[in-house]
Design a protein around this ligand. Structure first.
Ligand SMILES: [Zn+2]
Ligand SMILES: [Zn+2]
Length: 235
């Protein structure tokens, strides 16, 4: 577990990050990692001397199963309330089938016999979503967190901005930070043009730190790095 601020921790399940925000009034988790790792999350809570019951909120960036892997298990263990965009919520609840991550991707179709076995693409146990979140909504969790609708990677993808500490942006899969800032993987992105447009939207926000679903945390002047990235994308 990597400590980013005294109250923000990064939890890694192989190549996917989830983030724990530990406030006095309760714990918020952003995304829930690859499946079958409930114990790892509970251990992380006990490391910071909190009980499972103190996990009050689980906030989802999107429905992809590498981000919702332990959702049902953690909700059961903690009773936490779950937040997601209205276009993601029915998928998480299992009310609609898991959509193709990118129906146009020939690579995905060709590799399907192989990648279809990966846990990322597996259907999970349905989980509860208690709150459907609108663009711009201020969530009453972790001392206040603003939702930013960033469609493209998925239709209801959300980023979340904590305005304290100079601004901490939870990017989800709107961009990745593996060997530098990059757009999300094409194979698992519904609409790349829209996704790139959202990176421009994010670059206009004020934040000093950026926390990604995939890749390292950007600390210090993170929005300046986003602005340079947008210029590069335009070339
Ligand atoms: Zn994703
Ligand atoms: Zn992902």
């Amino acid at each position: 577990m990597e400590q980013i601020f005294p109250f923000i921790f990064r939890l890694r399940t192989l190549y996917v990050n989830a983030f724990l925000l530990a406030e006095d009034e309760g714990i918020t988790l952003i995304d829930s990692g690859l499946a079958n790792r409930k114990e790892m999350f509970l251990r992380a809570l006990s490391e910071i001397k909190r009980s499972p019951e103190q996990l009050k909120h689980i906030v989802l960036t999107h429905h992809h199963t590498d981000h919702t892997g332990n959702l049902a298990a953690l909700v059961e263990a903690s009773g936490a309330e779950v937040w997601a965009h209205p276009l993601e919520a029915p998928i998480v609840r299992g009310e609609v089938p898991l959509p193709w991550s990118n129906p146009k991707s020939i690579t995905l179709k060709m590799l399907w016999p192989l990648v279809g076995r990966l846990s990322v693409y597996n259907r999970l146990a349905p989980a509860r979503v208690d709150h459907e979140v609108a663009d711009g909504e201020e969530l009453p969790v972790a001392g206040g967190m603003k939702a930013v609708h960033t469609p493209g990677h998925t239709a209801g993808h959300m980023c979340y901005l904590v305005e304290r500490h100079g601004g901490v942006l939870f990017v989800g899969d709107a961009a990745t930070n593996i060997l530098g800032l990059r757009p999300p993987l094409r194979m698992s992105t519904l609409d790349m043009t829209q996704a790139k447009g959202c990176i421009r939207k994010l670059a206009e926000l004020e934040f000093d730190v950026a926390c990604f679903g995939h890749g390292g945390v950007l600390k210090g002047k993170a929005n300046a790095a986003f602005r340079r990235f947008v210029e590069k994308l335009a070339q």
